[in-house]
Design a protein around this ligand. Structure first.
Ligand code: UD1
Length: 420
């Protein structure tokens, strides 16, 4: 097993470039099933989840391969309608292939997505919407069988602005004879990216980025070339690392408006954040201080994926802070590990209280999920002494070349082998 060893205490200086967004490329690769033609996607991050999505496409009988940071997909031939259990287990977001598979073949079989590290993550909203659109479901053991005869025109009112459900409805409806409206749609930038990709193929979708998305189904979709939007959570991670450690870094290929909810909090704590056209600069020289209540909620509010990451900044900042996690029910597991490093945090249910100004000390800690793992990396970078992080596989699901990038910024970081 791989781990990460960090000798903390260095300030960070220099420049990093953020890759395309993981949460964009996954639904976009699912969309590539729809056009029976070529899709070329640039700036794809080399991450295990993206490798898994490419494997799903290959399993379905499509041609899909990498060339540097580009993924090429040809979906002329499709020979399967099933997402294998092993890939479904490796990546719960495989459920995003359901809409495009059903649209393309009229049927789909997936393993039932189980629980996962940050909460139960049910797919009831996807299923309810699909039923309203005419999809029939049956369960057999651990498998979900889905069939679609003809998509029904419908107005879908999502109970919660689920990112995955919004994307799956768009994927199911883009190529159809139906008119579909999504109310209370998720407004994340990745939804806009998916709309742009689908419209690039000839789809007729409008409203992404607002709470109402209108999909006028079309009969044909064709080849497209697309460059992914930058990964906003990667940008936030490097910004928080610089804020926690001190230093001065430029984060290239970043859209400030995608991350402003997090940058506002860093600035309130005293970090200097400057916005440029396609980059930001984060400078932190004094000890951060303040007091705030941060609540996670769907975009454009504070992202749940950044909640653990900012927690590591708050641990050492002067003041008392409150984090409220409203999106996933099990997203505080990393806190016990931060406490082992000297953080003063108590939590119960949705709320964590952080008494800042802690002096963090290196320790052996375990990442239990992707962003909780990123929080441990930031804590390790700002701590005194050596931190060894196991569970590094989780962290690698979201960050390409993390150790290399942090080293380039002046951190003492090394990938190590860890005995199981
Ligand atoms: C996506 C992101 C993830 C991010 C999350 C919220 C991808 C690949 N992942 O996940 O990084 O943390 O958005 O911004 O894009 N829910 C239900 N029933 C459903 C669907 C969702 O109850 O059918 C609940 C979930 O359990 C969770 C909340 O809704 O509590 C948000 O889920 P959702 O927005 O769907 O997140 P994902 O698409 O899974």
């Amino acid at each position: 097993m791989k781990g990460l060893k960090i000798n903390g205490g260095n300030k960070l200086f220099g420049s990093v470039r953020v890759t395309g967004a993981k949460n964009s490329v996954l639904p976009i690769l699912a969309a590539a099933v729809l056009n029976s033609d070529n899709s070329i996607i640039y700036d794809c991050p080399h991450l295990s989840d993206v490798e898994n999505a490419v494997q799903i496409l290959e399993h379905l009988g499509l041609t899909a391969f990498w060339n540097d940071d580009m993924i090429y997909v040809n979906s002329k031939n499709i020979s399967s309608n099933t997402i294998p259990d092993c890939l479904m287990r490796k990546m719960r977001s495989s459920v995003i292939f359901l809409g495009s598979l059903l649209s393309r073949t009229g049927s789909a079989v997936i393993g039932m997505p189980g629980g996962c590290e940050i909460g139960s993550r049910p797919i009831d909203l996807h299923i309810k919407a699909f039923k309203d659109l005419g999809v029939k479901f049956s369960e057999n053991g651990n498998h979900l069988f889905c069939t679609l005869d003809k998509l029904k025109s419908s107005v879908i009112n999502l109970e919660f602005a689920s990112v995955g459900a919004t994307e799956n409805i768009m994927l199911l409806s883009a190529k159809s004879d139906a008119e579909v409206v999504i109310l209370n749609a998720a407004r994340e930038p990745e939804i806009i990216d998916l709309q742009n990709f689908l419209n690039g193929m000839g789809a007729n979708i409008s409203g992404a980025g607002t709470a109402i998305i209108k999909i006028h189904g079309v009969n044909t979709l064709s080849s497209t070339v697309h460059t992914l939007i930058p990964d906003r959570i990667t940008a936030v991670t490097y910004a928080c690392a610089a804020a926690a450690c001190g230093g001065d870094i430029s984060i290239e290929n970043t859209k400030y408006n995608h991350i402003s909810a997090v940058m506002d909090e860093l600035m309130k704590l005293g970090a200097e954040v400057r916005e440029f056209k396609n980059s930001i600069r984060v400078k932190s020289s004094e000890r951060l201080s303040g007091s705030c209540v941060i609540q996670t909620a769907p975009y454009p509010d504070f992202p749940t994926d950044a909640q653990p990451i900012i927690c590591s900044v708050l641990c050492t900042a002067e003041g008392r802070f409150c984090l409220i996690e409203n999106v996933f029910e099990n997203r505080f597991k990393y806190i016990d590990e931060l406490v082992k490093m000297g953080a003063d945090i108590t939590y119960s249910g949705k709320t964590a209280i952080i008494n800042g100004a802690s002096k963090l000390c290196g320790n052996e800690v375990t990442a239990k999920d992707l962003r909780g793992g990123a929080a441990l990396v930031i804590a390790g970078l700002s701590a005194e002494g050596e931190t060894r992080i196991s569970g590094y596989e989780y962290i690698l699901r979201g960050y390409e070349n993390l150790a290399g990038t942090l080293s380039q910024l002046g951190a003492e970081v090394e990938e190590i082998g860890i005995d199981a």
